[in-house]
Write a protein that binds this ligand. Structure first.
Ligand code: SAM
Ligand code: DTB
Ligand code: SF4
Length: 335
């Protein structure tokens, strides 16, 4: 049994042992949730939720073979490869997201890694969204040092690059790149002064041990990711995981709680898969320490809950959107 009083003090640690993570998973649900709440309240107002909105700025036709992904060119999912979105469309979507209460705008592209001519278009998008006073996030695949630095210089705040699962299960999900390559990009991103958004997906046929290993990997990075998206697999017809079994909702809540305890100062995002979650399950996730969501009708290519339903859920739970960061507010005032 771990020493819960010490853990509830919520000290930021990057030296977690895998066995400690396993012990947290083995706790009775009530002890786990109570501990997660204690940690959560050391760093956050439990009534606040950070709101991010996603936009796919380059959809489909991706050369990678991620078994969960509707945008992989390896699978026939009905998602066709498209050109990059025009700048004006991106700015309009960001303005709209901001008017709806989002403080972060995340731009996603279905690439293994960005090509030079694409990177300059992405930089324009980032600068324009940054100028609106929103936090900017991008997820563009693997980056080298120079690319990460140039994105930072354009006004990028966060880079999303998920480990997705444990190192041992990774080759069952993706064969076109390695876990090591994923971790290398995360290092390059940190070195460039970008904040890291990194998490994973539950429901791909992995075991509870894989959840412990994945969270251990995230919590023992040189710095905790500032945002930790926990996705529930959206089972998309045509992908190899279209018929994957579902995750026990209480197990999903456990993963959120353990993530909250291991990385007490990070935003833990209840990410993809909310459209299939009950209000009660989402409430339990918030109680377990989730404090961020994707808000808006669409994720990248799949559906997200209706905006009004989300607002109503937050109202019923007495929760409200987290205020924009001071830096972003200053930027908006200057612009
Ligand atoms: N191509 C880039 C990459 O892989 O990093 C960026 C875009 S990719 C769509 C971003 C993340 O979306 C993936 O790492 C994965 O965690 C998540 N994702 C993709 N398809 C998903 C699905 N069907 N269900 C849940 N999460 C998914
Ligand atoms: C993350 O962890 N989840 C988001 C975001 N980061 C880029 C993406 C979810 C995508 C779900 C499938 C789709 O809509 O295509
Ligand atoms: Fe491509 Fe990213 Fe989808 Fe993998 S997750 S197929 S890299 S878009």
């Amino acid at each position: 049994m771990p020493n819960l009083e010490t853990i509830q003090a919520g000290r930021i640690r990057t030296d977690w042992q895998l066995n400690e993570v396993r012990e947290l998973f083995a706790l009775p649900f009530s002890d786990l949730l109570f501990t997660a709440q204690q940690c959560h309240r050391r760093y956050f107002d439990p009534t606040e939720v950070q709101i991010s909105t996603l936009m796919s700025v380059k959809t489909g036709g991706c050369p990678e073979d991620c078994a969960y992904c509707p945008q992989s060119a390896h699978y026939d999912t009905g998602v066709d490869g498209e050109h990059m979105a025009p700048l004006e469309e991106v700015v309009a979507a960001a303005r709209n997201a901001q008017a709806n209460g989002a403080t972060r705008f995340c731009m996603g592209a279905a690439w293994r890694s960005p090509k030079p001519k694409n990177l300059s278009r992405i930089r324009e998008m980032i600068s324009a969204v940054h100028a609106l006073g929103m936090e900017t996030c991008a997820t563009l695949g693997m980056l080298d040092r120079e690319q990460a630095e140039s994105l930072r210089a354009a006004g990028l705040d966060y880079y999303n690059h998920n480990v997705d699962t444990s190192e041992s299960y990774y080759p069952s999900i993706i064969t076109t790149r390695t876990y090591r390559e994923r971790l290398d990009t995360l290092q390059v991103v940190r070195d460039a002064g970008l904040q890291v958004c990194c998490g994973g997906i539950l429901g791909m046929g992995e075991s509870p041990e894989d959840w412990a290993e994945m969270l251990h990997t995230l919590a023992t990075q040189p710095e905790h990711p500032g945002s930790v998206p926990i996705n529930q697999l959206v089972r998309v017809p045509g992908t190899p995981l279209a018929d994957a079994g579902s995750v026990d909702p209480l197990d999903f809540v456990r993963v959120i709680a353990v993530a909250r305890i291991l990385m007490p100062g990070s935003h833990v995002r209840l990410s993809a898969g909310r459209a299939e979650m009950s209000d009660e399950m989402q409430a339990l996730c918030f109680l377990a320490g989730a404090n961020s969501i994707f808000y808006g009708d669409k994720l990248l290519t799949t559906a997200n809950p209706d905006k009004n339903d989300d607002l109503e859920l937050l109202r019923r739970l007495g929760m409200q959107p987290e205020a924009p960061t001071v830096a972003a507010t200053t930027r908006a005032a200057a612009g």
